[in-house]
Write a protein of this length. Sequence first.
Length: 266
Amino acid sequence: MQSRNIFIAGGTGYIGSRLIPLLVQRGHTVRALVRAGSESKLPKGCTAVTGDALDASTFAGHVSPADTFVQLVGVAHPGPAKKEQFKKIDLVSVRESVPAAKQAGVRHFVYLSIAQPSSMMVEYQAVRAEGERLIRESGMNATFLRPWYVLGPGHWWPYFFVPVYWLLERIPSTSDQAKRLGLVTIDQMVKTMVNAIEQADYTVMSQFESVIPNRSCSESIMRNLKIDAEQKHLSMTTKFQCETPPDYTDDLIPSLFGTNLYTTIL
């Protein structure tokens, strides 16, 4: 496994605070953007970069020598009533991060997006879709992770809908949407992100986009990743399927629901 040099925007949040310890444990170099006065909130083992995620001039000079940029900045507990905050925080932060990462020579931009399309949370989807567009147009290699809701501490209430999802996934007319808008756990989400960071192959083409769209993909990765804390490596029993080029790895990651994880080469 190749060690990565990772810059994280949003390292003290719900996902970032769990992602950083695992990356550090596995031997990666991690630096995290944090607001002045909040340095102590960062997990141990990473280096704090004090700055404002909404103003690239405060951190752009500190992104290098990162090869991977992870964008996790966003409004906590997003809901329909926070649509203006999505524009002022989520959208502004990605607009600032993309050129900063591009200028620093980042080779892989990992972006936490949202499952789409859906008739719910339309404003949030629009902001995240705009973030994806900005990243695509930058020309950087990118991975978009699209969970609908990430279950974990303080985020348990959707568990009430698990039986409903189970039923909808077995009805042909609703199966695809139920899988796409399915629920993932924080453990699944973090390990999926680690996988995306570690498995990125910059040598395949000048640009690639890896989209992890739904719960079944996360569950597939969870079943196929065996984390060995002492040896600090991922033991992969399967690899990505890619559409092109033909000589790239083409083994399927099996899923509980019959779908696979695809890496699309642009």
